[in-house]
Design a protein around this ligand. Structure first.
Ligand SMILES: [Zn+2]
Length: 159
């Protein structure tokens, strides 16, 4: 009697089993983008110019007020934002490897010194928040382990 064997292929691609050099090339393709001052608005953005020769507000300008004389007020858009950063949230290994590519292969530019200072302050605040959460997590784990140790000691003492 013939036997039919069905094999189910894994639904996810084993990305982390690729050689590191290949993974780095993929991170580079995904995470390296032109600097803000070289970007253009996407065609569907309301700030995109309708003709190639007409000027447009650069995507990195995020202020709501008119950024330059003669330009209308601009509510900002997301055209200058980096895309595909979610790959860094895949897991710790992807974060470590992808972050290295993101921060070493990209050019970061700022419209004004104030925008740089704001960006830097945000990064510093995020780092401090992450460290605070890590400390809280470690404190919680330490308290939990101390409670378990005390409980084991108490149980041993009653036997
Ligand atoms: Zn835009």
């Amino acid at each position: 009697m013939p036997v039919l064997v069905l094999r189910v292929r894994p639904k996810t691609f084993p990305f982390l089993r690729l050689p590191r050099e290949i993974r780095d090339l993929i991170y580079e393709l995904v995470l390296v983008e032109p600097p803000n001052h070289q970007r253009r608005h996407v065609a569907t953005c309301s700030a995109a110019s309708l003709t190639p020769s007409s000027p447009e507000i650069p995507p990195f300008v995020t202020e709501a007020k008119a950024p330059f004389p003669g330009f209308p007020a601009f509510d900002g858009c997301r055209c200058a934002n980096r895309s595909h950063l979610a790959v860094l949230l895949t897991n710790r290994q992807a974060y470590e490897e992808g972050s290295r590519v993101l921060w070493t292969k990209n050019v970061f530019s700022f419209h004004t010194i104030d925008s740089f200072n704001q960006w830097f302050a945000d990064k510093k605040q995020l780092k401090q928040e992450g460290e605070r959460q890590s400390l809280q997590r470690n404190r919680h784990i330490r308290d939990h382990l101390a409670t378990r140790k005390a409980e084991r000691k108490r149980v041993r003492g009653t036997k």
